[in-house]
Design a binder for this molecule. Structure first.
Ligand code: 5AD
Ligand code: SF4
Length: 466
């Protein structure tokens, strides 16, 4: 019997890359590959890349420099190492990658992962193996399902892609070009996947998509389900304790999504709702197709349905033409909304996007200064939000052992990490925890005495807030 070939995969960027990496591992597992944590002893190394900002993109080339050395070392030991570049840089740059880094054997865009075995075989024969097409077939129908062991090894929280691509064309963003136009997976496939995950210990499902709330999937009866409708369907699957979804666009928040937050205890009251800027002028230049007050109204609708809901967002500072006044409008919006967390980025021009041709660049010093001011406002909001948990009892989904012996780490409804001294047979359960203190971003607390948890017992249902 030939020994299994070793696969090392490194993902950059978003949650969808994490999900895609798992699908690639599952698909190549069926071809006899096993995962290794070490790139140096792998027979195949896949870099699953991100193109969203220049910094993310450039990481690929420094990593490829290191891999070239590892590949030469493997060759000296008489081993062949193949190197594949996947993800959004692969999609955007295609054959250029091989020109710039001839050590690369395979370039594969996100829509072609199901062709990986064939591309590797082609590369093995010394033939070109570059694929950046958007094939007509749905790759998810061809990618292998994870084994039961793989699901268990990946823990109690899992991503499920429900939607891919984006038709919004924000002027700064490469996603519509790298992930293509919006497509939704059929409902039955998603429900099957969630059922299989929960049958194997998964308790939290995060539905992912670049524009997840634009979801419009075909249901078995021929009707079209929105994301809200899908949440009701998933909530009915036994074992689903928590449901999340990411990333949403404010314009696609419909009443079914709001109703799902109102009606379903398992839909977590924490929504990632990027706004990017608080200035109507900049939002216009960004082609976001909404203003700051439209965004505030969306937030209000969520809050009316679910008063304990919290939000996170993405912000870009230094978009071309952004003045101090525009930036202050962003700070004002942040102050009005009050976020539990947020990601913020300096604008990075991306080749091929409309904003890359805009002339009025904001200086690097101004960008740095604005980023710092924005982050300090967000940090203070986040600190206040976390501090408010002290002295309260919150539900925690226990995920894994923490570094400290005897301690477990889990997450609250708002994704705050919570560290608790507790027996590890409660991993996978949602239990109430009294929060005593805060250590940086992590909550420290104690299990609230209830009936002693029994290994393998059904997880209690979670009902949080109103
Ligand atoms: N420059 C800076 N940030 C960007 N993002 C997307 N494109 C760019 C860019 N060109 C940010 C947005 C988006 C997040 C995923 O990345 O805030 O919501
Ligand atoms: Fe990019 Fe999001 Fe805009 Fe789509 S909605 S173009 S993914 S920023």
């Amino acid at each position: 019997m030939t020994p299994p070939r070793k696969l090392h995969i490194k993902s950059y960027g978003c949650q969808m890359n994490v999900y895609d990496a798992q699908r690639m591992v599952d698909t190549l597992g069926a071809e006899g590959f096993v995962e290794t944590a070490e790139a140096g002893d792998a027979d195949l190394v896949i870099l699953n890349t991100c193109h969203i900002r220049e910094k993310a993109s450039e990481k690929v080339y420094s990593e490829l420099g290191r891999l070239r050395v590892a590949k030469e070392e493997a060759a000296r030991q008489g081993r062949a190492m193949q190197i594949a570049v996947a993800g959004c840089v692969a999609q955007a740059e295609g054959a250029e990658i091989v020109t710039r880094a001839p050590t690369v054997d395979v370039v594969v865009g996100p829509q072609s992962y199901h062709h990986l075995p064939e591309l590797l075989a082609r590369a093995g024969r010394g033939e070109p193996a570059i694929e950046t097409e958007f094939p007509a077939e749905d790759k998810f129908g061809f990618l292998a399902r994870p084994s039961r062991e793989a699901i268990r090894a990946r823990g109690v929280s899992a991503f499920v892609t429900v939607q891919e691509g984006c038709d919004k064309f924000c002027t700064f963003c490469v996603v519509p070009y790298t992930r293509g136009s919006e497509m939704s997976r059929p409902v039955a496939r998603i429900l099957d996947e969630v059922t299989r995950l929960t049958e194997n210990g998964v308790r939290e499902i995060t539905l992912i998509g670049q524009n997840v709330n634009a979801y419009h999937g075909e249901a078995p009866d021929g009707s079209t389900w929105t994301l809200g409708r899908l949440l009701y369907g998933i909530a009915e699957i036994p074992g689903v304790a928590r449901i999340r979804y990411s990333t949403s666009h404010p314009n696609d928040v419909d009443d079914s999504l709001i109703a799902a937050h109102r009606d379903l205890a398992s839909v977590m009251p924490f929504v990632h709702l990027p706004v990017q800027s608080g200035s109507d002028r900049i939002l216009g230049l960004m082609n976001r197709k909404h203003g700051a007050s439209d965004y505030r109204k969306v937030v209000d609708r969520f809050r009316a349905a679910r008063p304990d809901i919290a939000f996170s967002s993405d912000f870009i500072v230094g978009f071309p033409g952004e003045t101090e006044e525009d930036f202050r409008a962003t700070l004002a919006l942040i102050a009005q909304i009050g976020y539990a967390a947020a990601y913020s980025f300096k604008y990075s021009p991306r080749p091929g996007t409309p904003a890359a041709d805009m002339q009025e660049m904001v200086s690097a010093t101004e960008m740095d200064e604005r980023l710092e001011r924005l982050q300090s406002l967000i940090d203070s909001q986040q600190a206040a939000f976390n501090k408010a948990a002290i002295g309260t009892v919150v539900d925690v989904l226990f995920e894994r052992a923490a570094r400290k012996p005897g301690q477990l780490v889990g997450r609250t409804a708002y994704l705050q990490p919570a560290h608790v001294m507790a027996p590890d047979n409660i991993i996978g359960q949602v239990l109430p925890v009294r929060i005593d203190s805060l250590e940086r971003y992590s909550l420290l607390g104690e299990l609230v005495a209830t009936a002693a948890p029994v290994a393998g017992a059904a997880t209690p249902l979670v009902f949080i807030g109103g």
